[in-house]
Write a protein that binds this ligand. Structure first.
Ligand code: 3PG
Ligand code: CO
Length: 542
């Protein structure tokens, strides 16, 4: 199908660029003491919410291709939706379907993993919760049960504690559920399924965008070679670590389950490893560490020789770089993204964020494609993130991103741009209300600066978010506050700042307006008709 766009029938666009600003994790929830967005002093954002060219968009559940409307939004599906202008069934849904239909077990990859598991040991590694952002314990349980039914008796489960997509200290609930299935399987099949290692997801294994390879190194050595503090059981490990500090699950250090002083589940030559996460950003680095022969980011042989393993992912996380090479479920095939159409029309563009969200405005935005679509037209800029818990520095790199964005807008070189300010999300995930309020005040200041640049250039700013987070920072039960570190089900703001606006269009959102409607809207504002199969524009032109 052609990627060319027709000129808009009535609107030629503005002289300056159209810029989409994604305030990551800034949803719209009722005002109140747990809402960092409304508690913060944000004169600019308040003004945007009161203007006529303002609405709210669905950013969770079926509106963004997730299995149900109980599923909160996340950055992967949110940026996919904004960039692709249509709803695609996402990893969470595709894996559910492949497991329910049994298709996953018919694959060559599953069958080979089972053969390795039967001859040696099957290792299942992944994020251990029902958050449904990177993984779901129901997927793990389906794989465990099927492996046992098919004759695997040696199976090690390596658990990454969540506390980020689910309640901050909920690891014991999931451990209990997993141990109960393990006991059932072991009794039924005289098998030896066991939890072998683990640790907090922000401490080991699940780094993203190469922000901190040392996290991956620690995780690799923990899961593979049994390097970590030894405990008799996962529950005992978590309880001891809860006693030792006030940290949430996501930040707990690496642990190893030992029997008589020996790890119960090192990886050995001939074993199979399946990473049961379906989302790509935090699954790529550990996949490279397991499957690449020429891997050189850290020394895999530091403690013991790197074993020869059969490695597979739940999905293929990066289709361009083919990571991993072996996988169980085909990822969503997101084609004909807004970026492809704009490149075909020779529209110059920029994308900018800090490391933690850099792949969100490039890789996810472009439908999970790595690299440039057309380097001669696009400029991608990554501002390095600090490797700290972001409540310690709630401004993150927002000022640096803003300064650079203003420069890009004022350069006159670009007709389109997008940026992500990570603060509402990354600080929101720490569960620290005071820091999240500060984060929102920084975002407000930055939005104001970008608006001034847009005004100077006669461009258009679209202010929105990919999902909620900072809008609910705690829940309260029996008078006790429980920090909420996860995303929310809230809608997100959508404001058009168009300084040259002279009534050429009205905002006319359909009742189901969601993130997927932004692409057509943006294409209209650039002076083109949107592709026919895109979700309709939010604008009505007179
Ligand atoms: C994370 O990976 O940090 C969280 O699970 C989801 O956050 P994001 O979707 O905003 O990246
Ligand atoms: Co987030």
């Amino acid at each position: 199908m052609s990627l060319s766009l027709k000129k808009h029938h009535s609107f030629a666009g503005r002289p300056g660029p159209v810029v989409i600003l994604v305030a990551d994790g800034v949803g719209v929830a009722p005002a109140g003491p747990s809402n960092a967005v409304t508690e913060a002093n944000t004169p600019t954002l308040d003004k945007l919410a009161k203007q006529t060219l303002y609405t709210e968009l669905a950013a969770h559940g079926t509106a963004v291709g997730l299995p149900s409307d109980d599923d909160m939004g996340n950055s992967e599906v949110g940026h996919n939706a904004i960039g692709a202008g249509r709803i695609f069934a996402q990893g969470a849904k595709l894996v559910n379907q492949a497991i329910a239909s049994g298709e996953v077990y018919d694959t060559e990859v599953w069958q080979q993993a089972i053969q390795h598991g039967k001859a040696n040991t099957l290792h299942l590694l992944g994020l251990h919760s029902d958050g449904n952002v990177h993984s779901h314990t129901q997927h793990l349980y389906a794989l465990m049960q099927k492996a046992a039914d098919q004759g695997v008796t040696e199976c090690c489960i390596h658990i990454l504690l969540d506390g980020r997509d689910v309640a901050a200290r909920s690891a014991l609930t999931y451990i209990e559920q997993t141990e109960s299935l393990i006991s059932k399987i072991n009794a039924q099949y005289a098998a030896n399924f066991r939890i072998a290692s683990g640790g907090g997801r922000m401490e080991i294994t699940m780094d993203r965008y190469e922000a901190d390879w040392d996290m991956v190194r620690r995780g690799y050595h923990c899961h593979t070679h049994g390097v970590g503090v030894g405990f008799e059981s996962a529950a005992q490990a978590v309880e001891a670590m809860y006693e030792a500090s006030s940290k949430g699950d996501q930040y707990l250090p690496a642990f190893v389950i030992e029997k008589n002083g020996d790890p119960v589940g090192r990886m050995n030559d001939g074993d199979a490893v399946i990473l049961f996460n379906f989302r790509g950003d935090r699954a790529i680095e550990i996949s490279l560490a397991y499957e690449r022969d020429d891997f050189a980011k850290f020394d895999r042989n530091e403690h013991r020789a790197h074993p020869s393993l059969f490695y597979a992912g739940m999905l293929q996380y990066d289709g361009d770089e083919m990571v991993p090479q072996q996988y169980l479920v085909n990822p969503p095939q997101i084609d004909r993204t807004m970026g492809e159409f704009l490149c075909a029309e020779k529209i110059t563009s920029f994308a900018i964020s800090e490391t933690q969200k850099y792949g969100h405005v490039t890789f996810f935005w472009n439908g999970n494609r790595s690299g440039y679509l057309d380097k001669s037209l696009e400029t991608y800029i990554e501002i390095p993130s600090d490797n700290i818990e972001f409540n310690q520095a709630p401004a993150m790199k927002a000022y640096e991103i803003t300064e650079k964005t203003v420069e890009l807008i004022e350069s006159g070189k670009f007709r389109f741009g997008r940026l992500n300010l990570a603060n509402g999300d990354m600080v929101g995930h720490t569960g620290d209300l005071a820091a999240a309020i500060k984060a929102m005040e920084v975002v407000d200041e930055c939005v104001a600066k970008i608006i001034r640049a847009i005004e100077r250039q006669g461009g258009v700013l679209l202010y929105t978010a990919d999902h909620g987070n900072a809008d609910i920072m705690y829940t309260e039960k029996d008078g006790v506050r429980h920090p909420k570190t996860s995303h929310t089900l809230s809608p997100v703001p959508f404001a058009i700042v168009d300084p040259l606006y002279a009534g050429e269009y009205q905002l006319s959102p359909p009742t189901d307006a969601g993130l997927t409607h932004i692409a057509a809207t943006t294409i209209n504002l650039l002076g083109f008709e949107a592709p026919e199969d895109y979700q309709p524009s939010l604008l009505r032109f007179s």
